[in-house]
Every structure is written in C-alpha cells, then in structure tokens.
Design a binder for this molecule. Structure first.
Ligand code: HEM
Length: 553
C-alpha cells in the first residue's frame, strides 16, 4: 500500500508540473512531454497488470508481486530480509519466487526448505555459480568457488587438518593474551576504577570487536608474520579488499568503481604477501607457530599434487574473509546482549569464578581448550546469540538443472509438483528458521536459558545439528553432521557447511570469558537495530557499550 500511495503522490506531482507547463508548449511537444513523463508510470502499471492477467504456469512457484520490473523486490528484501520473507510466507506459503535485479530467487522456508536448498545435489545446484562473482576477485583464483565442487571439498579437508585439537589447545592462551593486552593498552579501555569513584568507560561494539577478532585470528590461524604486519601494510590491504566484499558485487561484480579497483590491487598485493611468507618458510630456516599456512604447505591433493603457493595464499585470504566478519559480528552482538542483560553477565562471571577462581579476588586459573567445553552458561550465550543474530541471513545456490520441489515441501495440487527451472537461484534463510514462531517459543527474546532444557526445542535442534549426535555424511572433508533439516543452522549445513565452527566457538568463547572476567557491561542507549546492507548482519549505530572495570582490576 505504501508503494502505491507513493506512486500516486509522485504521479500527482509530475502531472502538476506538466499542467503548469502546458500553456507554454506547442501541442505536439506537449503530447511528447506528457508521453515521456507518463512512460515510467505506464510501465509500472503494465508490469502490475501483467502479473495478474498472465496465464499462470502451474509448475512454477508463485512470484511475489512487485511494482518495478527488473528491480523487483530488491528494496524490501535488501532493507529487511527477515520481515520480507515472513510476510511473503504468509501470502504465498513456504516456497515462492521473488525478483532481485532481474534474477529469479526461489525461497524455500521451514526445515524441509532448508533441506531442499542445503541438501541439493551437485548436479542440480551450485554454490560456485552463485558466489564466485563475489568471492573470486577477493580470494583469488583456483580456490573455494573458483574450482569445481570436488576440489573445494579437498581444500576444506586441508583446512580441517590445520584446525586440529592440538592447535586449538595452543590457541586459547594466545587469544587470552591478545585480549588482555588490548584491554590494557587500547584507548577504548582506558578507564579504570579508582577507590570509590565508579568510573564507566565506553567502547564501540563493532569497531572494538573487529580489532580484537583480527588480532586473535592473526595471532593463531593466520600466523606470526600476519600478526606482525597488522599495524602496518596488512591492515590497509585488508581494508581495501574488504571494500570489494559487498553484497552489490554478487549482482554486479565488475562495475568499474573505485572500490573494485582498490579491491583488485589489494588482492594482488595480499596474495604476494602470503607467497612471500610461503617462500621464506620453504627455505626451512624461518620460525613460525602451528598455524594454517604451515598446515596447508604439508597437504597434497588426491592425485598427490602439492598445493601451489598461490593456492595456499588464496585459501588464507578466503579464511581471513570468511572468519573475520562472522566472528566479529557474533562477538559484538553477544556483548550487546550481555550489556542489555546484566544478570546474564553476572551469571557468566560467576561461572568463571566457580570454575577458575583461586580464592583470591581477580585471580583466575588460565582458560584451556578442555575447560571451555565445560561452561554451560558461556556455551548458551554463544548459541543463543547465533540463533537471534546469525551473521549470514540468506544462503544461495544457482539451479544448474531443473529442480523439482518435493511435494512434502510445497505442491500446487495433489498430482503436480513445482519445478524450479535451470538458471533460477534458490535461497534458504537460517535467520528465518531461527526465529520461526512455528518452532520457537518467544522467538525474538534473547534467552540463553532456553538451551538448559534438555528436552526443549533448542537442545533437540542442536543435537540434530552437532557432529556428536546428528546423522553423519562425508562430503569429502571428513564426516560431518548432515544437519540440513535442522531449524538451527548458523553454520549452514550439508556439503558447504562451515569448517570454522569449532574455531569460532573457541575464539568467541575465549574473548567473552576474558572480557567478562575484567568488566561489568551496560548498554549506552537502546538496543541497536540490524543493518542488513552489509554482507553480514551487523548492529546499526549507535552500538556503544558502557563498561566498568571490576574493582580489583
Ligand atoms: C561457510 C557461518 C566462521 C570458514 C559458512 C556457511 C555459513 C557460515 C552459514 C555456509 C555458507 C553456504 O552454505 O553458502 C559462519 C559463522 C561463523 C563462521 C556464523 C562464525 C561465527 C568461520 C571461520 C572460518 C570459516 C572462523 C575459517 C576459519 C568458512 C568456509 C566456508 C564457510 C571456508 C565455505 C564452505 C563451503 O562453501 O563449502 N560459514 N562461519 N567460517 N565458512 Fe564459516
């Protein structure tokens, strides 16, 4: 209704201008101007009318009504995808198609919809055809979505080798050390309490967590050389590369923009930076820790070929980009939620005291990889944050051969099925599943305690999704839980499931615990809204968090 009201207002304004100008124009010019002015309106009306009168192809899912051809539902979806998808579901059911800049996106919702998209066969759906225009210019050639699916599966196996438990054991102490140093030296944490003066400081959730995330990821996975260069050239390269990692690039990857020019330059420089590290290390007399570059340099493809220097370099860039925004957004949302719920922060703090307290206030035993797994409140805080704020709201595949929709998911009538034609895209939304009132009680309420109920939806969903309990499949990178039908899938599911999940839990958990040991938190202003205009769902400004050092710190 809003769109049509705006449209009619705009028409009135235009017609007013035209009327005023009419007496001064010769009649043929007048006719031409009227025609030209009204042409867009005519096209919109024709497009609207066509959607009602066009003979329906019963094998295609219903198409969401839209005023503007080509642009379609891009504005509604882009501004608030979750609200848009819920509204469409009310009108069209679990399967429907919407237009996004000329592309036909068929959405499949609910657990069966998730299974349809994420469990799709390689012969029918392709992630690389959907994502490559965005990712290849950023990651570089010959990796991830620039290679056939079976090669990606091998590359995921190589990365998993680097994400070993032995490495994780070393990483916890390194992350604690980075966070503590940051809190002791960064201006964001310059406020201390003195005697009776209760001083509160404040930090910007997103900016601070982005810094802490890159510091901790580079100290651990990325390796010493990256960490040492973070304050120098590497940070600028990262900024430029990131500037070209935007949703718009998925639709229009090669626009001749300044951002894309900087992206291409930074990609080359960053690739060279990693190649330089690899060459130095290959000489055998260069010190390094157990990081991902070291792990990748030992790997071989099934045909016994070693990875090229560029492949290692580009996998490293892919991991940097895949892990940075997802982890820093999750950590930011977790801190914002904790600041909004001081009782949960206190419970989290008490959990630290109970498990690691030494009896002397402010002195704790060190965190370890094993002990992180025994902290139910910390675990619930992360899970609940990923439920309400999954960083990736839409998962997309391109249909590469006509794809029938199972009748159990949606069927036009008893004897018919929908078929999504080759060339369309299919989309599943973990963010919709995670707050679906058909599944979750009080879905929009952030309540970590829902994860305590062993029989509750949360635990059941999580069991079906976890590697320990769920049905296992090996897609080529080790057995993982299938999880495609779970209503909780912050890390995706199926063959494209995230390989960074364990690392993310470790990184986020260690950061949360280390910060909460030192400070109390409060929200500076109201709880921030979602910004959906970025690759990852981020908090909108203002998103400042007030902190007060615990009095012993
Ligand atoms: C894929 C989420 C952290 C590496 C994915 C996917 C999701 C996801 C939803 C599936 C995308 C799809 O199916 O199209 C997350 C979240 C994270 C996180 C929520 C943190 C909270 C990480 C980290 C790394 C990583 C730390 C690297 C160390 C990857 C890679 C893929 C992937 C390489 C591509 C897999 C493929 O297409 O087969 N992630 N991720 N992620 N993630 Fe993560």
């Amino acid at each position: 209704r809003n769109a049509s009201a705006m449209l009619s207002e705009a028409t009135d304004v235009w017609n007013g201008y035209v009327e005023k100008a009419q007496p001064y124009m010769p009649s043929s010019t007048r006719m031409a101007v009227i025609g030209l002015v009204n042409l867009p309106i005519f096209i919109l009306l024709l497009n609207a009318l066509w959607q009602f009168i066009r003979p329906k192809d019963r094998s295609l899912p219903p198409v969401v009504f839209h005023w503007i051809p080509f642009i379609g539902s891009a504005i509604a979806y882009g501004n608030d995808p979750i609200n848009f998808l819920f509204r469409c579901r009310e009108k069209y059911g679990d399967v429907f198609t919407f237009i996004l800049f000329g592309r036909r996106m068929t959405v499949a919702l609910g657990p069966k919809g998730n299974n349809f998209v994420l469990g799709g066969k390689v012969a029918q759906v392709s992630a690389e055809e959907a994502y490559s225009p965005l990712t290849t210019p950023v990651f570089g050639k010959d990796v991830v979505y620039d290679v056939p699916n079976e090669v990606l599966m091998e590359q995921k196996k190589f990365v998993k080798f680097g994400l070993s438990i032995d490495n994780f054991r070393e990483y916890v102490g390194m992350i604690v050390n980075e966070v503590e140093t940051f809190m002791n030296t960064d201006p964001a944490f310059k406020i201390y309490q003195f005697d009776d003066i209760n001083e509160w400081g404040s930090f910007h959730a997103m900016k601070t967590m982005a810094e802490i995330t890159i510091l901790t990821a580079s100290r651990t996975l990325q390796g010493r050389e990256v960490r040492e260069n973070l304050d120098k050239s590497f940070a600028d390269l990262y900024t430029d590369l990131d500037g070209g990692f935007k949703p718009v690039n998925m639709l229009f990857p090669n626009m001749p923009s300044e951002a894309n020019r900087k992206r291409d330059k930074a990609q080359k420089a960053m690739s060279d930076f990693y190649v330089d590290i690899i060459r130095k290390r290959a000489t055998g007399n260069h010190e390094h820790d157990h990081d991902m570059i070291a792990a990748l340099m030992q790997q071989r493809y099934k045909n016994s070929r070693e990875l090229t220097e560029r492949e290692v370099a580009h996998i490293m860039i892919a991991l940097l980009m895949a892990g940075q925004h997802t982890s820093s957004a999750t950590t930011s949302w977790a801190f914002l939620r904790l600041a909004d719920n001081p009782d949960v922060t206190e419970a989290l703090y008490r959990e630290q005291v109970e498990h690691f307290g030494t009896g002397e206030e402010g002195k704790f035993q060190p965190l370890t990889y094993e002990s992180l797994k025994t902290l139910p409140i910390l675990d619930a805080v992360i899970r609940e944050t990923l439920r309400v704020h999954p960083p990736i709201h839409s998962i997309i595949r391109k249909v590469v051969s006509d794809l029938p929709v199972p009748p159990t998911l949606s069927a036009p009538s008893k004897d018919e099925t929908f078929v999504v034609p080759k060339g369309h895209f299919i989309l599943s939304s973990p963010a919709v599943s995670h707050v679906d009132p058909r599944t979750w009680k009080d879905p929009l309420v952030w309540d970590p305690s829902r994860w305590n109920d062993a029989e509750g939806v949360a635990q059941q969903a999580s069991k079906a999704y976890s590697d320990e309990h769920g049905e296992k499949v090996d897609y080529g990178f080790g057995a993982v839980s299938k999880g495609t039908e779970s209503p909780y899938q912050p890390f995706g599911a199926g063959r494209h499931r995230c390989i960074g999940e364990q690392f993310a839990y470790l990184q986020i958990g260690t950061i949360l615990a280390t910060v909460v040991r030192k400070v109390e938190l409060r929200l500076e202003s109201g709880f921030p809204k979602n910004n959906y205009h970025t690759m990852i769902t981020l908090p909108k400004d203002p998103c400042d968090i007030r902190y007060r050092r615990r009095h012993f710190d």
